[in-house]
Write a protein that binds this ligand. Structure first.
Ligand code: NI
Length: 209
């Protein structure tokens, strides 16, 4: 027993969980990370765990309610296969060509649609070791990087659909919305104010004011 009051570390990153639409973290643009500490390294490892568990090939930090510009990718989608990539504060440039391919998103369960994107892209970022990354990508890797980069700006692949497909997607989004709000109203998920306050706390801990 201690007489000291229990204090909460304002930089703490709790156990992470995949969040689904319309969790407010998904629509809130993330902020550049300026402090790369042990908690962030642990969070990145946890992001890979969550991604593999959900059978994904990419995961953005705001999909686990972290407001930072970080995403992880492994095009093989399985631990021990392919290559794990961590992109911190990424910048995309030199989009070339176009390609259409079906996409899904771990935060939009059940939604799969064809999405048109540039076929090739250059990504510059920082690795977890603090080293610069510069990659000229095409194929699936280029697509995943663009999908995850969109997340960091609060964009979902359903924002990039032509009109007819967008209408179809809207019905799925409305069902997800009803499920999410239902969980909030039953107290199974905190309300938006609480979720937003936690994002603000984490921004204050590791982003420039
Ligand atoms: Ni996604």
């Amino acid at each position: 027993m201690s007489d000291l009051p229990e204090t909460v570390d304002p930089t703490a990153i709790g156990p992470l969980e995949l969040v689904e639409f319309p969790h407010p973290a998904l629509r809130r643009p993330t902020r550049p990370l300026v402090r790369l500490d042990e908690a962030v390294r642990e969070a990145v490892a946890e992001m890979f765990d969550i991604m593999y568990e959900a059978q994904g090939i990419g995961l953005a930090a705001n999909q686990v309610a972290l407001p930072y510009r970080i995403f992880v990718v492994n095009c093989a989608g399985a631990r021990g296969q392919g290559e794990e990539h961590v992109f911190i504060n990424p910048v995309l440039s030199r989009p070339r060509g176009t390609a259409v391919q079906e996409e899904g998103c771990l935060s939009l369960p059940g939604v799969r649609m064809d999405v048109r994107r540039p076929a090739k892209i250059v990504v510059d970022a920082w690795s977890l070791a603090g080293e610069p990354i510069h990659l000229d990508l095409d194929g699936l890797f280029a697509r995943v990087v663009q999908h995850e980069f969109d997340h960091l700006d609060g964009r979902l692949f359903t924002d990039r659909l032509p009109e007819a497909a967008a209408l179809e997607a809207r019905r799925s989004l409305e069902s997800l919305h009803d499920v999410f709000v239902g969980k909030q109203s039953r107290g199974e998920l905190p309300g938006d104010e609480v979720l937003l306050a936690d994002l603000e706390r984490l921004e204050a801990a590791r982003c420039r004011a």
